[in-house]
Design a protein around this ligand. Structure first.
Ligand code: NAD
Length: 353
């Protein structure tokens, strides 16, 4: 397991350190793990002038998986756009052809109060959103703002070809096979031809997965159902733009940004694993950041890149045990809970592991 570790900026180094301690334990238990460290984002700009330097590109290209903290910070917001830390993220996704973004929205029953929805609607929520990441209206051409008949017109193009839809559908069906075998594909086929093709191709691809129950939903209804009854879903698959919006909606249902991991995969299950949150400059360097999203990203890495389902579950169980014990970082603490710092939360997970 060759893993490239890119801590990034802000709380990145603190949360990554806890995930690395876990990887060190796995290594000591006999797993063949090699870690190599690199720079990305603002820290890479400081050292090299670029957010995604060539050395980092070499490093992630030879790795099987990448573990990333977060990038960004107010000190970099004045830089020209090509040098902004966030460009490093876009560059690495593009360079590795990471077309499938997997974002679980999980709400542990112990944290049900953190959600803005009623606890009985969300407690125990466990859904996975599979979002296509490299196509759709975000990349389609023609695009731009132009003059037509004396007024400005804005144009973007929603476009998917069958191969692009098939490859994300395969990822979604395989993901559903590893979970509760239900897949809901989200589109807007009543208005958009592009998504009629989406629905047709997902339906055709599904013939190879008779064990997965496939359903379809229009995106407006899906947005509504996510707040009305989110637990009806197991896996949702959708295009880039709908996925952008629905995955944020779903993760915010949980109210615990410090708890949610993510994976971005290529067609050979090479993946970039990172928490969904940013670099949280407001709390950086204070040993208060929640490292659990990063630790759970390691669990996703074990599941999706290294096919180590047992190890993945073991990590997730350790996180659950810690929550059941009433241990919390301050972002998820409620009254009567024992509040821990970043490193102490890492200690707690390791002793529960
Ligand atoms: P953010 O996710 O960094 O922080 C939002 C809020 O959540 C803050 O109050 C922060 O303290 C809190 N928070 C986030 N992660 C936490 C954790 N693990 N534990 C406890 N609290 C946590 O979003 P933002 O403030 O909008 O952005 C800050 C910087 O991060 C910006 O430069 C932004 O561009 C960047 N960003 C990076 C990524 C990424 O690297 N993938 C994603 C989003 C934002």
């Amino acid at each position: 397991m060759n893993i490239a570790v890119l801590a990034g900026d802000g709380i990145g180094p603190e949360i990554i350190a806890q995930a690395v301690r876990l990887l060190d334990v796995l290594k000591a238990e006999g797993f063949d793990i090699e870690l190599e460290y690199g720079l990305i984002g603002g820290s890479a700009v400081d050292a090299t002038g670029e957010p995604y330097p060539e050395m980092t590109h070499q490093l992630v290209s030879r790795a099987d998986a990448v573990l990333l903290g977060a990038v960004g910070g107010p000190q970099y917001d004045v830089l020209p756009r090509p040098q902004r830390p966030e460009r490093g993220l876009l560059a690495i996704r593009k360079a590795l052809n990471l077309f499938a973004n997997l974002r679980p929205a999980i709400l542990y029953p112990e944290l049900a109060k953190a959600s803005s929805l009623k606890p009985d609607v969300v407690a125990g929520l466990d859904i996975m959103i599979v979002r296509e990441l490299t196509g759709d209206i975000y990349f389609g051409k023609p695009r731009g703002i132009e003059m037509r008949d004396g007024q400005r017109v804005g144009v973007n193009t929603m476009v998917y070809n069958e191969a692009e839809i098939q490859r994300i559908a395969h990822v979604a069906f395989r993901t559903a096979q590893k979970r509760n075998r239900r897949l809901c594909s989200v589109d807007k086929m009543n208005v958009l031809e592009c998504t009629q093709l989406w629905r047709d191709v997902v339906e055709e691809t599904g013939k190879a997965y008779p064990d997965v129950k496939l359903s379809h939903m229009l995106v407006d209804n899906a947005a509504m159902q996510l707040v009305r009854d989110p637990k009806q879903f197991d896996v949702i698959v959708t295009g880039n733009m709908f996925g952008d919006i629905l995955s944020d909606e779903a993760s915010m249902l949980t109210g615990s940004i410090g708890m949610l991991p993510s994976a971005s995969l290529d067609s050979h299950n090479k993946g970039l694993y990172e928490p969904i949150h940013g670099s949280a400059p407001d709390i950086a360097g204070k040993n208060v950041a929640n490292p659990l999203a990063t630790i759970l990203s390691v669990a996703m890495m074990m599941r999706y890149t290294f096919n180590q389902e047992d190890v993945a579950q073991h990590i997730e169980e350790a996180v659950k045990k810690v929550l059941v014990q009433g241990l919390r970082t301050s972002d998820i603490a409620s009254q009567g809970m024992h509040v821990l710092g970043t490193r102490e939360m890492g200690d707690a997970v390791l002793s529960a592991f």
